[in-house]
Design a protein around this ligand. Structure first.
Ligand code: PLP
Length: 426
């Protein structure tokens, strides 16, 4: 028995499923999750002393690499002054100013403590601002686990949502409309049906929770137009893409201006942070200036602000995002070449510092349906072969991969070589 196996058995006796967030349990790939003891740069180390080239990066935040000395130093300095005050600090202003500078569609921003809080609050704000109840989301997009957002499409086209978890009343879910990602016709049809009842569209501008699926040309532009026409609020959920796809997020990469933006992951540099922001006219609708209530005991926490600010400062180095995209591209091309040599059908997608690969005959994957039709068994075997090779990929075929500034040419080439050997064994 490995130490990780032993720890997993022990964990299950006192933590549901042995984990504090479901995907960590390896249900998507089988086997025992690795228990991590430390992480440094491009690597994580497990309790059995194995070292892995890491493409999970704590599910996105560790874009500068693990345990970055400058971020660690910023945290140490902040800790000296106390852990939390529950009162305003200058660090919160600096953070707000930095976010506005990097993401110009954001005129005002409110800090929260997770991505879920950011999307949940943005939706409430959009509903309060428009006085409408319905929201539109896309099948396969994940926006955290708030009740309105854990909803899947009803059967048949243009139906109302149904809860995808017990505990969510149907009366809540019915206000969430769900259509296909990258399908503008469905968006237009549902707006034609519900016209001025829809408060907002919420979308991952690059879908990262059904593997990695970038928007097809015209899709995001079309959402912008529809929202303008029906006076709905366009919310980009950039919890994953923010500061990763480009310094200014996916909205900079694709040059589309949403009304509200949700942020998380990278903005906290590894600490629990989220944020939502956008047009002043909408943001001033929240308390204490406006009527929509939103609050948080630890919102804008000084240690989290210190880690996040330093992370954003480091990320602002010119050329860094070009480097991240070059790493994603090299991995995708390397995987495609390796798979081809082994006669394995594979296609890839990437946008900036996120990427995905699909075991499928399809030339390109642009829809949720295509993502679900890929060879999941092959993915599971490949995941474990790569783990044996010392490469830690996301333990699910429906998660994007994340590269970081600490992945050097050497790690990338080692990963591609490991993939080539693994494809040959599939
Ligand atoms: N939105 C997106 C696009 C996400 O990928 C996630 C988490 O993975 C969330 C929201 C929820 O963020 P958190 O897990 O910090 O609550």
């Amino acid at each position: 028995m490995t130490i990780s196996q032993d720890l997993f058995e022990r964990a299950q006796a006192s933590i549901p499923g042995g984990v504090n967030s479901p995907v960590r349990a390896f249900n998507g790939v089988g086997g025992t999750p690795l228990f991590i003891t430390k992480a440094e740069g491009a690597f994580t180390f497990d309790a059995d002393g194995n070292r892995y080239i890491d493409y999970v990066g704590s599910w996105g935040p560790m874009i500068m690499g693990h345990n970055h000395p400058a971020i660690k130093q910023a945290v140490h300095e902040a800790v000296e002054n106390g852990l939390s005050y529950g009162a305003p600090t200058e660090a919160e202003i600096l953070m707000a100013e930095k976010v506005k500078e990097l993401v110009p569609s954001i005129e005002k921003v409110r800090m929260v403590s997770s991505g879920t809080e950011a999307t949940m609050s943005a939706i409430r704000l959009a509903r309060g601002f428009t006085g409408r109840d319905k929201i539109l989301k896309f099948e396969g997009c994940y926006h955290g686990h708030a009740d309105s957002l854990l909803v899947k499409a009803g059967s048949g086209a243009l139906t109302m949502g149904v809860p995808n978890s017990p505990g969510i009343p149907e009366d809540f879910a019915k206000h969430t409309l769900t259509v296909s990602f990258n399908n503008l016709d469905e968006v237009k049809a549902i707006f034609a049906k519900y016209a001025d009842e829809i408060a907002c569209i919420i979308v991952e501008p690059v879908a990262g929770n059904m593997n990695c699926i970038p928007p097809v040309p015209g899709f995001l532009e079309g959402l912008r137009d529809v929202c303008n026409e029906y006076k709905s609020v366009l919310i980009f959920d950039e919890v994953m893409t923010g500061f990763r796809v480009a310094l200014g997020g996916a909205q900079a990469y694709y040059n589309i201006k949403p009304d509200l933006t949700c942020l998380g992951k990278v903005i906290g540099g590894g600490m629990p942070v989220g944020a939502f922001g956008g047009k002043t006219e909408i943001m001033d609708y929240i308390a204490p200036v406006g009527p929509v209530y939103q609050a948080g005991t630890l919102s804008g926490n000084p240690i989290a602000m210190a880690a996040g600010l330093k992370s954003l400062e480091l990320l602002s180095e010119p050329g860094l995002h070009d480097k991240l995209e070059a790493i994603s591209k090299a991995l995708c091309e390397g995987f495609e070449v390796g798979a081809k040599k082994a006669g394995i059908a594979l296609t890839t997608n990437y946008a900036g510092g996120m990427y995905g690969f699909f075991f499928t005959d399809a030339e390109k994957v642009t829809t949720y349906k295509q993502a679900t039709e890929c060879d999941l068994e092959r993915f599971k075997r490949f995941f474990h072969l790569m783990l044996e090779e010392g490469v830690y990929l996301a333990p699910s075929a429906f998660e994007a991969g994340f590269v970081c500034a600490a992945h050097t040419e050497q790690e990338v080439q080692e990963t591609i070589a490991a993939a080539e050997r693994s494809f040959a064994k599939l």
